[in-house]
Design a protein around this ligand. Structure first.
Ligand code: CMP
Length: 132
């Protein structure tokens, strides 16, 4: 059965004009893009979106980066969407991500790691409400 997940192409990748290429990687893997939107996160949205990380030492950096420029958000769907998307994006730290993953190919640092994806269907439900 089709499952949905959310991806956010982050400011470092949008600035380098990588959004189309990144979205097309999912389409090539059989995902349907059901909604897509270009937006700027406000600080309020960022804090809500990343609330699970609010006590982490990198929280301020996270909020500052995600609000630093345009992002492209998309709801994508196919069977096994959440776990397959995690595989396609690769390790959070680009230095540890495999080649051929999005972060392995395009990520600059653990903060400027090019893409976010929901890590569970519960996270998807919460995150999608911040964006769409
Ligand atoms: P993302 O998938 O958007 O979800 C949370 C983000 O926190 C993650 O990508 C990273 O960009 C960031 N992050 C995770 N761990 C660290 C860390 N140790 N230092 C700085 N940023 C981090």
């Amino acid at each position: 059965m089709a499952e949905q997940t959310l991806i956010i192409v982050k400011p470092d990748a949008v600035k380098r004009n990588l959004a189309e290429e990144i979205l097309s990687r999912f389409e090539k893997k059989g995902f349907i893009i059901s909604k897509q939107k270009t937006l700027n996160f406000t600080a309020e949205m960022a804090k809500q979106f990343y609330s699970a990380h609010s006590s982490k030492p990198f929280f301020d950096e996270l909020v500052s980066f995600i609000t630093s420029g345009e992002v492209v958000a998309a709801i994508i769907e196919r069977d096994n969407a959440v776990s397959l998307t995690r595989e396609i994006i690769g390790n959070t730290n680009p230095k540890e991500a495999n080649p051929d993953t999005i972060r392995g190919d395009f990520g600059i640092s653990i903060t400027e790691n090019s893409i976010h994806a929901s890590d569970s269907s519960e996270s998807f439900d919460k995150e999608v409400n911040v964006i769409f």
